[in-house]
Design a protein around this ligand. Structure first.
Ligand SMILES: NC(=O)c1ccc[n+]([C@@H]2O[C@H](COP(=O)([O-])OP(=O)(O)OC[C@H]3O[C@@H](n4cnc5c(N)ncnc54)[C@H](OP(=O)(O)O)[C@@H]3O)[C@@H](O)[C@H]2O)c1
Length: 248
């Protein structure tokens, strides 16, 4: 892959040398135990969207790390709200990233896991209909799937009348999906935080003030604060910061 805007390490070991994909892969890596990594982009003043979408906050360096984190995971977990709003397509990886996965004994593509309480999902959405790996929909016992959903996805039920995220993640681990990457959105992140399930947050900080209006990267009911120590800081030449925070 051609390297676009250079990304350099700032902390803990600063360097003026740009990081290539191999170095970025080593910095983010896979864990030797089950892990839930969450990835978000936000503005300097904490907005989760610009004009209603995340795209306005994300540039080439963020997209590069975004793709790399997808390459590293077993399953990509996304809330139904973000899937619907952002019009998620099938999870695809370029040939080089698929080759990396094969070399590391992984399935060619990560499995998409959609978290939904209502099952208000469209089975014809490309994320389902065009998926290279059959997606999983994580829901609860009381939810009724719309026609066609079970043709294109496995429905995993955890919880009686609301999704039990702790049980859901444990079941994903049992199915061999141990390295989980959550791409949001805010309500799911809030619920995962409240359930103390977040092991890592990769946060891209875009160098702009979005102003009042948009929400934060987290939403939902109040929950106790969680410590998440800083592990690295990268800076891209367009002024974007990339923070990785993870528990020990
Ligand atoms: N900046 C970024 O990096 C980033 C990343 C992701 C999203 N976003 C933005 O965030 C916005 C979407 O946010 P949102 O408020 O819709 O939040 P969300 O968390 O994306 O979606 C909420 C919906 O997802 C499902 N869900 C989430 N948590 C659940 C839980 N614990 N149990 C069961 N279902 C759960 C529910 O779907 P059902 O209604 O089907 O039950 C719920 O209505 C969009 O504007 C998107 O662009 C930004």
């Amino acid at each position: 892959m051609s390297v676009g805007i250079p990304i350099r390490p700032l902390w803990p070991e600063p360097s003026t040398l740009p990081l290539d994909d191999a170095a970025l892969t080593a910095l983010y890596g896979r864990a030797d135990r089950p892990r839930l990594r969450v990835n978000f982009v936000a503005s300097l003043d904490g907005a989760v969207t610009l004009d209603g979408y995340s795209a306005g906050l994300s540039g080439e360096p963020d997209k590069r790390v975004f793709g790399l984190l997808r390459m590293l995971c077993d399953a990509l977990v996304v809330a139904a709200g973000t899937l619907r709003h952002e019009g998620y397509r099938a999870v695809r990886l370029d040939p080089r990233r698929r080759a990396w996965r094969r070399e590391h004994g992984l399935a060619e593509y990560p499995t998409l896991v959609v978290v939904s309480g209502s099952l208000d999902l469209d089975p014809t959405q490309a994320a389902f209909a065009d998926a290279p790996v059959r997606p999983i929909v994580l829901t609860h016992a009381g939810a009724e799937p719309p026609p066609g959903l079970t043709d294109v996805a496995d429905v995993l039920r955890c919880g009686t009348d609301r999704v039990d995220l702790t049980a859901g993640l444990a079941e994903l681990h049992r199915r061999g999906l141990a390295q989980l990457l959550c791409e949001g959105g805010p309500q799911l992140f809030g619920a995962l935080t409240a359930a103390d399930l977040v092991d890592e947050l990769c946060l891209t900080v875009a160098p702009l003030l979005a102003g009042p209006g948009p929400g934060r990267i987290t939403a939902g009911d109040a929950a106790p604060p969680r410590q998440l120590p800083l592990r690295h800081v990268l800076a891209a030449d367009d002024g974007v910061l990339m923070l990785r925070h993870a528990r020990g």
